[in-house]
Design a protein around this ligand. Structure first.
Ligand code: PMP
Length: 317
């Protein structure tokens, strides 16, 4: 990174120290914002950062804004350009995480989303592994906190205030000595991890939940479904998953922008399969690593280069 850290705030690039909102701001008081988390992968050989599925993240953000009545300040294309520009200005030579936020900016008392102007901001930070357990895998618990419902706070929109739900389940799990949690829907089926989606392997079948199981519809999840189909010839089944299926699964793994692909080796103090990362998870994790780092040409379509030097393998968008 350069000495100076830039953010995009109220229509321009500013020093991070100047990107501040008042304590009266609606989003601070009521959680009325929507956000995204986007990873950029540093490729040492090519001296390049590849932003992973940039456009899909801003498309989802646009959908989240629509649900929350947050008027977009920029088109999807403009937000993509701003993200590239922001990372370039900060000039990191490491993996990065880009965090755009669109939010209600009035200083009104009262929760209304109407007559309430919106703003957009974005920052980028160097970012390594979300879980420090590496190939050891994660020990998790099924949370006693239930996942928020579509008709309460829609989980398919990445709403800032909704992460109070995530924070409760994650924190309790960690304080009880687990690495993370899995949350159930109100009807008692598997929804997802605290901030990642879940896959299960049983008798060679790869299974994940339905979009209607109150998950955030993950971009990593849809990427995994797509590349597992074309690279491994495996079709993912999408259906409801019962809690006790986790206890008899051969393999479980989380996926998400932060979490990437990470084995779950123990649930509620019951080892999953052999209690170690399973072969299907290992294959998918390796493929994901190669794809995100630009090592498989077929998936260059998912990568946006930041520095886009002349002659670089993947051209600018
Ligand atoms: N569920 C939740 C609640 C999340 O916060 C995330 C992380 N964005 C995910 C799932 C995974 O989604 P994605 O693969 O798009 O990052």
């Amino acid at each position: 990174m350069t000495d100076k850290e830039y953010a995009y705030f109220e229509g321009k690039f500013v020093d991070i120290g100047d990107a501040k909102v008042s304590i009266k701001t609606h989003v601070v008081q009521y959680g009325t914002g929507v956000f995204e988390g986007i990873r950029g992968y540093w490729n040492e050989k090519e001296e390049e950062i590849y932003l992973f599925r940039l456009r899909e993240h801003f498309q989802r953000m646009n959908d989240s804004m629509k649900i929350m009545r947050i008027e977009p300040k920029h088109s999807v294309d403009e937000m993509c350009d701003l993200a590239v520009e922001l990372v370039k200005k900060n000039a990191p030579r490491t993996d990065v995480y880009v965090r755009p936020l669109a939010y209600k900016n009035s200083q009104l008392i009262g929760p209304g989303l109407h007559n309430n102007p919106s703003e957009f901001c974005m920052f980028a930070v160097p970012f390594g592994a979300y879980f420090k357990t590496g190939d050891e895998g994660l020990k998790v618990m099924v949370s006693s906190w239930r996942r928020i419902e579509d008709n309460a706070i829609p989980p398919r929109a990445k709403v800032t205030g909704a992460y109070a739900n995530t924070a409760l389940s994650k924190t309790d799990a960690v304080l009880y000595g687990f690495d993370d949690s899995i949350v159930l829907t109100e009807d008692g089926h598997i929804s997802e991890g605290s901030a990642m989606n879940l896959f299960m392997v049983k008798n060679g079948e790869l299974v994940t939940t339905l979009v209607s199981d109150n998950i955030l519809v993950g971009i990593t999840l849809s990427s995994v479904i797509e590349f597992v189909r074309s690279e491994l010839g495996i079709e993912t089944s999408r259906r409801k998953i019962d809690r006790t299926e986790l206890y008899s699964a051969d393999e479980l793994f989380f996926c998400g922008t932060g979490a990437e692909v990470c084995a779950v080796v123990d649930v509620d103090k019951r080892p999953v399969g052999s209690g170690k990362m399973g072969p299907m998870c290992e294959q998918i994790k390796n493929l994901y690593h190669k794809i995100t780092h630009g090592e498989i040409e077929k998936y260059h379509k998912w990568l946006t280069p930041v520095y886009a030097k002349k002659g670089s393998k993947i051209g600018a968008r």
